[in-house]
Write a protein that binds this ligand. Structure first.
Ligand code: AMP
Length: 287
């Protein structure tokens, strides 16, 4: 496994793979890797000749500077995990390597057809612009056949699907296929997240209330006459009743449009909860 830190070396490595007729799978990450990331990498290794994993804490997608500063980083441990899985290249650039000073502060904005106006997009202005800025650059640099994203970040996955569908019209990303992968959870139910590293053991125990409530809500949705609005409110109330948790939003939306829905069919509930200072996200599909 080779660790690459410059765009130029990455493009050279990619050109050599392409010349040899090898297919490329890309897994974009921000590092502090766990079994959730590993599931994407395993799949990319299995389904492609070459697997490239990017490890880059992208500053342009953080609207909260403290969150950026506190984001966990451990490239040695990440490299060890990736070597064990059989990844071929790790791309770990510095922010300065990825962006010019102008790009770092750019205020350009993509058109997401409204997908960015709800939930995470509403709470973190500019977040998805930063995500698409980095992901499109990674696609350009690595020319992947397949790129892997987790359903843990469901709205991000929907937006990237949208971006590729739109731009493939213009042939930008060729036949790139976006592969969505299921959420990996601890046995306790807690969705794995790099941010869990910032939780104390007691907070981690408290955070279990999030997934427990989401799973419980599957039963509430099956109760006779249950409405989407009632279930939404019940989830918010149940999580807020747990000492140490505070819901930022819980929205049950259509899985494709991410717009509010009044039926549980093809619906997904997306939640963001503060556990102390740590912002955690999770989601559950109703049908
Ligand atoms: P991140 O490093 O948080 O940007 O995540 C990199 C990729 O891993 C994203 O596509 C995430 O959706 C995915 N991911 C993160 N946590 C999980 C998880 N628990 N299960 C599945 N995929 C995940």
């Amino acid at each position: 496994m080779q660790i690459i830190t410059t765009k130029e070396s990455l493009q050279q490595a990619v050109a050599a793979c392409k010349q040899a007729g090898q297919t490329i799978g890309l897994v974009p990450t921000m590092g502090a890797l766990h079994a959730g990331h590993a599931s994407l990498v395993h799949r990319a290794v299995a389904e492609n000749d070459i697997c490239i994993v990017s490890v880059f804490v992208n500053p342009t997608q953080f609207n909260n500077k403290e969150d950026l500063a506190k984001y966990p980083r451990n490239i040695e441990r990440d490299a060890e995990l990736l070597r064990g899985i059989g990844a071929h290249f790790v791309f770990a650039p510095t922010p300065e390597e990825m962006y010019t000073a102008e790009e770092m502060n750019s205020t350009f904005s993509f058109d997401f057809n409204g997908l960015d106006q709800v939930m995470e997009g509403k709470m973190r202005p500019g977040h998805f612009n930063g995500v698409v800025q980095v992901v499109s650059r990674l696609f350009y640099l690595t020319q992947p056949d397949k790129a892997y994203f987790g359903e843990k970040d469901y709205q991000q996955l929907a937006i990237i699907h949208h971006m590729v569908e739109r731009s493939s019209l213009a042939g930008t990303f060729g036949s790139l296929q976006i592969v969505g992968c299921p959420i990996v959870r601890e046995d306790s139910g807690l969705a794995l997240s790099s941010r869990n590293e910032r939780l104390s053991p007691a907070e981690k125990e408290t955070a279990l209330g999030i997934s427990r409530t989401l799973f419980e809500s599957l039963k509430w949705a099956k109760e006779a006459d249950a409405t989407v609005k009632e279930v939404e409110q019940r989830v918010v109330d149940a999580i807020n009743a747990i000492d140490g948790l505070e819901v930022e939003y819980y929205e049950i939306v259509d899985q494709s449009t991410l717009l509010p829905t009044d039926t549980f069919s093809h619906a997904i509930g997306c939640v963001t909860v503060y556990c102390g200072p740590v912002r955690l996200i999770d989601n559950i599909k109703y049908a």
